[in-house]
Ligand binder design. Structure first.
Ligand SMILES: Cc1cc2nc3c(=O)[nH]c(=O)nc-3n(C[C@H](O)[C@H](O)[C@H](O)COP(=O)(O)O)c2cc1C
Length: 172
């Protein structure tokens, strides 16, 4: 059976949720290990046939630990079947929800030597009630400017789960 490692870089848990969903789909054809980025160093990449990395965006950036991990493991990562997906709310917009149109995909590719064999991008979540004052204020401002939802009483999920399934089916 194929062995897959999924590594997620997630702050509020949504990239983790997407990663779990992917692992459920892959479980039919693969034995899957799912780990957060912090724990990824404990995994020996030699033990896997396929490595998938998912990461979310916060204030325009991925976490620096993501690039540290990739650069440390780039040689072995590149030898394996591999894939990357990004989670952000810019991807809620149809004109910015593909690997060629989402700005955080180009940002990722410009920040690493790694050339993932498969790339996708999924819409994330705006969960106003869970945010602290400053984040709530900032996200609302960004949403207002980019014509997104501004009612801070609500949680908005922009993930196209069918697309997550399609991505998974191309990996299995
Ligand atoms: C403080 C904060 C800043 C964010 N900044 C951005 C951003 O600059 N661009 C964007 O597209 N999404 C941004 N988001 C949306 C996140 O990418 C989205 O909530 C995602 O689902 C988070 O995934 P995670 O729970 O795995 O961290 C931000 C969210 C928060 C809470």
């Amino acid at each position: 059976m194929k062995k897959t490692l999924i590594i997620f870089s997630s702050v509020d848990g949504h990239t983790e949720k997407i990663s779990k969903k992917i692992s459920e789909y892959l479980a039919h054809t693969s034995s899957v290990n799912l780990v957060c980025l912090k724990e990824a160093n404990k995994e020996n990449l030699d033990n896997f046939d396929q490595i998938i990395i998912g990461a979310s965006i916060r204030y325009g950036n991925y976490r620096k630990e993501l690039f540290e991990y990739i650069s440390k493991n780039i040689e072995i990562l590149s030898k394996k079947e591999n894939a990357f997906f990004s989670v952000n709310v810019v991807a809620r917009k149809e004109e910015k929800n593909t690997k060629d149109t989402n700005p955080y995909i180009s940002k990722f590719l410009n920040s690493t030597e790694w050339k993932p064999k498969m790339i996708d991008v999924f819409g994330g979540v705006v969960d106003y009630p869970s945010y602290k004052f400053l984040d709530k204020f900032m996200i609302r401002l960004i949403m207002y400017i980019t014509k997104g939802p501004v009612d801070t009483n609500n949680r908005y999920e922009f993930t196209d789960w069918e697309r997550v399934q399609k991505f998974s089916s191309l990996l299995s």
